[in-house]
Each structure stands twice: as C-alpha cells, then as structure tokens.
Design a protein. Structure first.
Length: 421
C-alpha cells in the first residue's frame, strides 16, 4: 500500500460522515420556513422508534436532556439514591443531582469497564443501611452505561433491578446500534428494545450517528413518553409547534415547570438520513476494529478491548489499555507522543469519583472504586470512525506500534515489527 509521508498525515479523533442527501434535506428544511420542532422531528421520532423496536420516541436536544427527562418521569425525588457507574461521562450522574437525588457511584468490571454488579449490590446495601454516607438512603433506580458500545447483559440488569426494586434508565449514548442476545440460538435484542423503562441516546457530533447536537429517549410506556414530551417543552399542555398550524388551537396551558429540551427540524433533517446509514456506518467501524485487532495482537505493551459473544458492538470507541509495567512512559506521555505524530486520541474517562466535585462535595475517595482508579491511568481511545481511510488506519497502527517499541522495557530482540509483516 502507498502510505503518504508521515509528516503530512494528521488523523483526527473523529470526523463526522454527512451525506449529500442529508445536506440537501437541511437545505430543504431552511427553504420550508419551519426550522424549530416540527414535521421533520415527528418523522424522525417515528422512524427512530421503528428502527429500535420501541413504541415511543421523544426527540430532544441532547442525551443529557433525555436522561434528565427520564429520571423526572420516573419521579426521582430529592434525597433518593440512584446507582450510577463511576466510569461514565458527567451527564449520567449530573441528571440525578438536577433532581436533588444522590448518585451512588459504582466501580467498573475490570474486563469490560461496564458496571460491576457485585460492587453495585455492596453499594446498594451500604446506602440503604446507612453505612455509605452516615444515614440510610432510599435507593430507587439504576442507570447502566454501555461503555464504548459494548452492551451489558440486559437480562442481568433486569434481574438485579427486580430483586432490589429499582427502575432502570439506560444511558445508551454509545450504544447505537448495539444489540444483545442471551445465547447463539436466541434473537438479537437491540439496545432500547424493551431493555429498560427508558433508553437514552446521544447524537452529539462524534457519536455513531449525529444531528450536530441532539438526543432521543425511547420507551414502551405511553405515560412516560407523554410526560417526557410534555416536560421537554416547558410543561405545556400540548405540542407547541402545533399552535402555529392553521387548524390547531392557539391556546396552551402550563401544567408543570418543564424545560427547553426540544429538538429542531434542522437537526432532525440530518438525523433522518443518518438513521438510514447507521448500520452501514457501524459495519465500517467494525471493520476498522478488526483491522486494529489483527495489527495489534502481538504488541505486548497493549491490552485490547474485549470482544464478547452474543454482543453486536457499535464500536463507538476503540479503547486500548497500556501495559505500564512494560513501558518507560506513562499514559499522558504516550498521548502527547501520539498527538505530536498526528494521531488524535482521547480518554474515556476520568472516573467520576476522581473529579474534584465528587471528592470535595460528596466525599468520594479513590479507594471507593479501586478498579476504575487503577485502570483509567492506562486508557487511550484511538480514532475509529466511518470514512477513516486505509492510510489513516495504517498511520494509527504504525505510530502506536512504534511508540510501544521505542518505550518498551523488553529487550530489543523481542520487539514487534512495526510494519506488521
């Protein structure tokens, strides 16, 4: 393969893939005169629910908004606790705080980085008994996250929730389209296909499909759907956009103090066409992941992400783990070297219990989630996105492999050939 000069190669962490048909749809939306929540949002909701296999979908302006609406609809009250993984983005726990609730941070499974249910059971018991924070906490819910797009065992989540009388709101920001099945002879269940009371997705710019900014909440409960839809538009008595249609009633009533979380038709115009390509884009990412697995399999300084049977992985992320005991540099230095050589990357994530707010205000300590505390210093998320060219993939592999060889603590004779031959 003809590889461009390394000096001219700069691989971003992510590059959105927007089709010409989506651009044309946005143009048509602009010409229509209807820019905010309108007919395209309604069509997007219908098509998305159909794709997932859910009965109802509520389009909003972020996954954070979807999660907030979900826990509000589940009637989360001040002082109540919710189990939240520490390995997640800020939003998963923040929306509990929005309601005055208490996020109870749960450690991660060392293999998948998803929620550790043994630790969840221990934290739940400690919270309810009063040994976690000095007084008993009424724990009412759990918000699992499918890290990187690798789904948890949703049957296990359901059994855990029923055993402990918890509602389940699913943070599926990474998990579109991901799927799970209990065995090889079972049908696939897409994330959101009755896998939780409410499942919430992100359409942020770097997600598996995008509307620029945006999100969606899906549910099979019409009452939850109605509540989320109402609260997404200031708690109005009916859809605001209908007020401006010729045959609709102009009046409205405020029935609850809601929020301004609605999605625009401009965003939905992009989303409609992204949704049509979402599985094809997943397959592109899967192919890139397989290329990385093949080329990195003999690099002893790296630990690759798990591949589980009975999972359809979205491959939103490709997180490697550095074997720091075999390297003379740390994770931050490794990232700096990647960036200097034109490889965009990120870290998912600094665990919540290691952020100043959770340590200073909520009294969480590094020892409370020891697995996450240990593993996050090894994590690096490599670029993986549809449209990533073969030269870009080759460049990522070459740079990562050469850095591992350069800073390896092994003898030179045992070095991996960076050419992959």
């Amino acid at each position: 393969m003809n590889i461009p000069n390394e000096g001219s190669m700069n691989v971003p962490f992510f590059r959105p893939s927007i089709s010409e048909t989506a651009i044309a749809e946005v143009t048509e939306c602009l010409r229509s005169g209807w820019l905010t929540t309108g007919p395209r949002v309604k069509q997007f909701e219908f098509e998305f629910a159909k794709f997932i296999g859910a009965k109802h979908a509520v389009a909003v302006n972020s996954c954070t908004a979807a999660l907030h609406l979900a826990v509000e609809a589940m009637q989360l009250k001040a002082g109540q606790g919710v189990l939240v993984p520490t390995m997640t983005f800020a939003a998963t726990a923040e929306i509990v705080l929005y309601q005055g609730g208490i996020p109870i941070l749960v450690d991660c499974d060392p293999a998948t980085l998803n929620m550790d249910f043994e630790d969840a059971a221990n934290k739940l018991e400690a919270a309810r008994s009063g040994t976690l924070q000095g007084s008993p906490i009424e724990v009412v819910g759990i918000i699992p996250v499918h890290v990187g797009g690798l789904m948890l065992d949703v049957d296990h989540i359901d059994a855990f929730a029923k055993k402990h009388t918890l509602w389940v709101v699913e943070d599926a920001a990474h998990a579109l389209p991901s799927a799970y099945r209990s065995g090889a002879d079972q049908a696939w269940r897409m994330c959101g296909e009755n896998t939780a009371a409410v499942t919430c997705y992100s359409f942020y710019a770097n997600k598996t499909m995008t509307t620029g900014e945006g999100g969606m909440a899906v549910t099979s409960d019409p009452h939850l759907a109605d509540r989320m839809r109402q609260m997404s538009l200031h708690g109005l008595s009916h859809d605001a956009w209908k007020r401006f249609q010729g045959n609709s009633q102009w009046d409205y009533q405020i029935v609850a103090p809601g929020y301004k979380y609605n999605l625009t038709d401009l965003a939905a115009a992009i989303g409609l066409h992204q949704l049509q390509r979402v599985e094809a884009m997943r397959q592109e990412r899967e192919n890139i992941a397989e290329f990385f697995f093949q080329r990195f399999r003999n690099v002893a300084e790296l630990e690759l992400p798990p591949q589980l049977e009975n999972r359809l992985h979205s491959w939103h992320l490709f997180p490697i783990r550095l074997c720091l005991d075999r390297l003379s540099i740390d994770r931050n230095e490794f990232i700096q070297c990647l960036r200097e050589r034109g490889v965009g990357c990120s870290v998912h994530w600094r665990p919540l219990h290691l952020h100043p707010y959770y340590q200073e205000t909520l009294q969480w300590q590094a020892s409370d989630c020891p697995t996450a505390t240990h593993v996050w210093n090894r994590l690096v998320s490599l670029p993986i996105f549809p449209g990533m060219t073969e030269p870009e993939q080759e460049h990522v592999v070459r740079v990562v492999t050469e850095l591992c060889a350069k800073y390896s603590l092994r003898q030179p004779a045992a070095q991996t050939n960076p050419s992959g031959t």
